[in-house]
Ligand binder design. Structure first.
Ligand code: ADP
Ligand code: 5GP
Length: 220
């Protein structure tokens, strides 16, 4: 099905969407669905030194690299931002963000709060979205249900979550992921709203204004 995507045509620059959440809040679930259901948005595949989880694919979920390679790329300035999260290093490819912008496509960055802060500094017009779980117990249950972490890792990630929730204050939007359907509808609405921004539609608005001006000249 072809969908109308305001602001994507006429060479409009794409929007950078940053999505952060405490681990287990449902960010991957929501982002995957967004990428499947909304046209014109690319996923920024980060580089990381952490090992792949079951089912994760190289070049799709992450670029999995060793520390020496990460360091080499970092020194070459390949990352628009990078951060240490839970003992592993993660970085966003500057080239991927640049490429999406040049092609007029939106790009979705699934990164932590340190990364979001750095992106806001580098790209002030980026749209920052924070996914909140409905509470600590729900977060614990989701982390356990996912079954990808050891019990110690779950405890560690729960410990980090409090600080991350506090840092939600620097975000433009907050989506509370209690009911998944409701949360997804909110996330989609945020993307649509960003695409409807006047600046984003400037070229198209100019064309429409020119069309009206031509009409005025033709019909005295
Ligand atoms: P994150 O990427 O934020 O770490 P995930 O998307 O992997 O989180 O979700 C963690 C677990 O919680 C998964 O098993 C997922 O199916 C589940 N989950 C996500 N959203 C909800 C929700 N609204 N209600 C119940 N479970 C959810
Ligand atoms: P996970 O290991 O669960 O995939 O990710 C752990 C955390 O690292 C998540 O909060 C995720 O958003 C964040 N993350 C993933 N890629 C990047 C990145 O390129 N930069 C930063 N700053 N954080 C990232």
């Amino acid at each position: 099905m072809k969908r109308a995507t305001p602001g994507r045509a006429h060479g409009a620059r794409g929007t950078v969407f940053v999505v952060s959440a405490p681990s287990g809040a449902g960010k991957t679930t929501l982002c995957k669905r967004l990428l499947e259901e909304i046209a014109g948005i690319d996923f920024s595949v980060s580089f990381t030194t952490r090992a792949p989880r079951d089912g994760e694919r190289e070049g799709v979920d992450y670029h999995f690299v060793g520390r020496p390679e990460f360091e080499r790329r970092r020194r070459k300035g390949e990352f628009v931002e990078w951060a240490v999260v839970d003992g592993q290093i993660y970085g966003t490819s500057a080239a991927a963000v640049r490429k999406a912008a040049l092609r007029g496509r939106d790009i979705l960055l699934d990164i932590d709060t340190q990364g979001a802060e750095a992106i806001k500094r580098a790209i002030p017009e980026a749209v920052l979205i924070f996914i909140l779980p409905p509470g600590r117990e729900a977060l614990r249950e989701r982390l356990l249900k996912r079954g990808t972490e050891t019990r110690e890792a779950v405890a560690r990630r729960l410990g980090l979550a409090g600080g991350e929730v506090e840092r939600s204050s620097m975000y433009d939007y907050v989506v509370i992921n209690d009911d998944l359907e409701a949360a997804f509808a909110q996330l989609k609405a945020i993307v649509t709203a960003a695409r409807c921004r006047r600046e984003r539609q400037a070229a198209r608005i100019k064309e429409i204004a020119a069309d009206f001006a031509a009409g005025r000249r033709a019909v005295p």
